[in-house]
Design a protein around this ligand. Structure first.
Ligand code: GAP
Length: 478
């Protein structure tokens, strides 16, 4: 099945639901736009991705520590960070369908659909789009929508409103006090704890603070499954540096982060792209993009935020946010790496989901996840449900379950049990058969090659650790 078509994407969404990875939120009430829940295997995969990122950041770099800051923060923080005034998206409505769109995305999608073979025309339009966005020239953007004859996909009309601004933060009522916001990025919790971390952990420049947590954005163009959600998770790291070393560390983190993605094993589908349109806080930025079924899109952003945030928080909070080193007193610059956990999940899921033709003419659906990310590391089955085989298989499961996330299953025939584990990405299956009773060995089957060999029961735990543990990949990364 080809990766770059709607059919594959529909298949992926349906596979994610039917095998317990991702469900639409509030489904029994008709669903909630752009909000999703992670199912039993989804949460295991998500936790494994988090663990891999967390260890890559805070274990492999002795000068990076982690925090977990609150989602609700004082609203002044968002005045200081510029989000109250600047964190806006453009908005255009179709008067007939009453649907809202981001005009920049409407234009980009139109260009991708109609001019993908006419590169010159495509580049000219994208250049004009980028210029108008930079100049905040809403009139020209509207002219572009009209000139390109863009129609609403629902009403099929060109009956558009004017283009205007829309703040993307969710505001929540706070009794008689100032309203609060749900954070739109985790980074501000890091900036506001800058002094606490320096003092409590005796950090010296250069050093980083990493965090994984939920963020919320009132996305008006929330489509494409978990790619653009209103509630999502970020894995961010702010690296505090001497201002003179901005370029060096910006290049360093771009390189480290890009290589990290390549280690996930789908090299040809990742690329690094410098920003043509910078966020309000950034002086330089690049995106790591993945080739999703709907084209190359951002998974992670690397930004130089300079002293934008600490300086603003100094001013608004009237607290010094500086370092005092070698008789110098300065506000450090910040290089930020900001990865969307759900987008990375979708990238990994896209690259792993395969339909394979087998030698006997049948096909199988297999999720070829990197084994260290697989939700279940090993499955234990009895060949048949009699003659003591289930008891032996259950004992193996019980003996090793504290070491690895395992599954015991006897609900179907052995062929169907293998197919199910293939579909959820379990790298190793172990089957207890009649020979087990005599030799204490089981049949081990590899997910990817489907090859089988006999292994001793006492070796199962060690094999799973070697084949599916994080150690091997972390060693390579370090
Ligand atoms: N602190 C910087 C920051 O938040 P960003 O480029 O706006 O930068 C960083 O977001 C990452 O967060 C993106 O690369 C993307 O992976 C993820 N992200 C942003 N908005 C998202 C959304 N609505 N749904 C899912 N992921 C999102």
């Amino acid at each position: 099945m080809k990766k770059c078509n709607d059919h594959f994407f529909d298949f992926l969404v349906s596979h994610a639901k039917s095998y317990g990875f991702i469900f639409p939120s509030s489904e029994i009430y008709g669903g909630l736009n752009a909000v999703y829940d992670y199912g039993p295997y989804g949460i295991e995969l998500k936790n494994n991705i988090k663990e891999f990122w967390w260890k890559s950041m805070t274990f492999l770099h002795e000068n990076i520590v982690g925090i977990d800051s609150s989602i609700l923060m004082r609203s002044e923080i968002w005045d200081a960070s510029g989000h109250v005034n600047e964190f806006n998206e453009l908005l255009i409505d179709n008067k007939d369908s009453k649907k809202r769109y981001r005009p920049d995305i409407l234009i980009k999608e139109h260009v991708e659909k109609h001019f993908s073979k006419n590169l010159r025309k495509k580049e000219n339009i994208l250049f004009r789009l980028s210029k108008s966005l930079k100049k905040k020239d809403f009139l020209d953007l509207k002219t572009l929508v009209d000139e390109l004859n863009i129609r609403d996909s629902i009403s099929k009309t060109k009956n558009w409103t004017k283009i205007r601004h829309f703040n993307m933060m969710f505001q929540i009522k706070n009794e008689n006090k100032k309203d609060l916001y749900l954070r739109p990025e985790t980074a501000q919790g890091i900036f506001c704890n800058f002094n606490n971390v320096i003092k409590s952990n005796r950090m010296k420049i250069p050093f980083g603070i990493a965090q994984i947590g939920k963020s919320f954005r009132n996305e008006i163009f929330a489509r494409k499954f978990i790619f653009r959600m209103r509630e999502f998770e970020q894995m961010e790291m702010q690296f505090f540096i001497f201002p003179e070393e901005e370029k060096k560390w910006y290049e360093y983190w771009k390189d480290i982060r890009f290589k990290w993605h390549l280690f996930l094993g789908d090299q040809k589908n990742y690329k690094l792209r410098d920003h043509d349109h910078l966020a309000h806080y950034a002086s330089a930025g690049s995106d790591i993009e993945y080739n999703f079924p709907f084209g190359f899109q951002e998974v992670e952003g690397i930004h130089s935020r300079r002293d934008f945030d600490l300086k603003k928080h100094e001013y608004f909070s009237k607290k010094k946010l500086r370092v005092f080193e070698s008789r110098k007193n300065y506000i450090p610059y910040v290089i930020e790496t900001s990865l969307g956990l759900d987008r990375l999940f979708l990238a990994i899921f896209t690259s792993s989901l395969k339909e394979e033709k087998l030698e006997n003419g049948n096909t199988r659906i297999v999720l070829k996840l990197p084994p260290y990310l697989s939700p279940i590391k090993g499955a234990i089955f009895p060949l048949v449900k009699k003659d003591g085989l289930p008891e032996t298989a259950k004992k193996i499961f019980n003996d090793f379950k504290i070491h690895h996330k395992l599954i015991y299953d006897e609900k179907e025939s052995i062929g169907k049990l293998y197919r199910r584990q293939d579909a959820i990405g379990t790298p190793l299956c172990f089957t207890v058969d009649y020979e087990t009773i005599e030799t204490n060995t089981v049949t081990m089957r590899y997910r990817d090659s489907m090859q089988q060999k006999r292994v001793h029961i006492k070796d199962i735990c060690r094999i799973i650790k070697y084949e599916t543990g994080l150690e091997k990949i972390l060693k390579k990364l370090s």
